[in-house]
Design a protein around this ligand. Structure first.
Ligand code: PEP
Length: 242
């Protein structure tokens, strides 16, 4: 089954009004219509207004990097799913390993965030992935299954997006081989629908994208560092369209 690939950029905590403007201008100058693969960028919260104004009516969608599991109330520093909708977000990344590792988000909280995003009409991009220690202990499948199953207990996946992001490959320059990615994607595929897009994330660059995207269960990428350089990101989007 041919699923439309998605290439989503996770800008993490990078950017400024000026650099965002330059990056978006460069992307829009070159992006094809249709771009081949669907394409989205996820800037930090304060730039959602700027990004939404620039991207409305273009082939590039946008989303956020995190969302509160709560609808509203006394949750200082948090941002609700309904607020993200007001800024035109289509996507929201949920359960990124940096949120899990640096901010203590556990499986239950990630599942609650996923449900809150769904409830507001956003498309969550749920990240799952094992650490190096877990991989070396042969626990990859157990870990990603646990992370995904906690979400499936709480909400239906429907057209949400899954992202396999081995923690040892994120921001390290060390990419999973296409075969390693395919093995885990095929395992995850059995738990979701055949129509679900499963992205790979972890140090994907223009030169490695095509080989990874060629795997039958890899439906695009979640791109960190390489999404901040227009030429690099555009080449990855182009690889997604082939
Ligand atoms: C990410 O942050 O989701 C990611 C995949 O980062 P990088 O591409 O920089 O490894």
């Amino acid at each position: 089954m041919r699923r439309t690939r998605l290439v989503a950029g996770n800008w993490k905590m990078h950017g400024s009004r000026a650099s965002n403007q330059a990056l978006l201008d460069a992307l829009l100058a070159e992006i094809g219509v249709p771009a081949g693969a669907e394409c989205a960028v996820c800037p930090p919260f304060p730039y959602l207004q700027q990004v939404s104004e620039r991207l409305r009516g273009t082939p590039i969608a946008w989303g956020a990097q995190n969302v509160s599991e709560h609808a509203q109330g006394a949750h200082t520093g948090e941002v609700s799913a309904a607020m993200l909708r007001e800024f035109g977000c289509r996507y929201v990344i949920v359960g990124h390993s940096e949120r899990r590792q640096l901010y203590g988000e556990g499986d239950a909280q990630v599942a609650a965030k996923f449900a809150a995003a769904r409830g507001a009409g956003l498309t969550p991009i749920l990240c799952v992935g094992e650490t190096l220690q877990e991989r070396e202990a042969g626990r990859t499948e157990e870990v990603v299954a646990r992370q995904l199953d906690e979400v499936l207990k709480k909400a239906s996946f429907e057209d949400a997006v899954l992202a396999y992001e081995p923690v040892w490959a994120i921001g390290t320059g060390r990419t999973a081989t296409p075969q390693q990615a395919q093995e885990v994607h095929a395992f995850l595929r059995k738990r979701v629908s055949n129509a679900t897009r499963i992205l790979y994330g972890g140090s994907v660059k223009a030169q490695s994208a095509a080989a990874i995207f060629a795997m039958p269960d890899v439906d695009g990428g979640l791109i960190g560092g390489a999404s901040l350089a227009a030429t690099e990101f555009l080449a990855i989007v182009k690889a997604g369209g082939q």
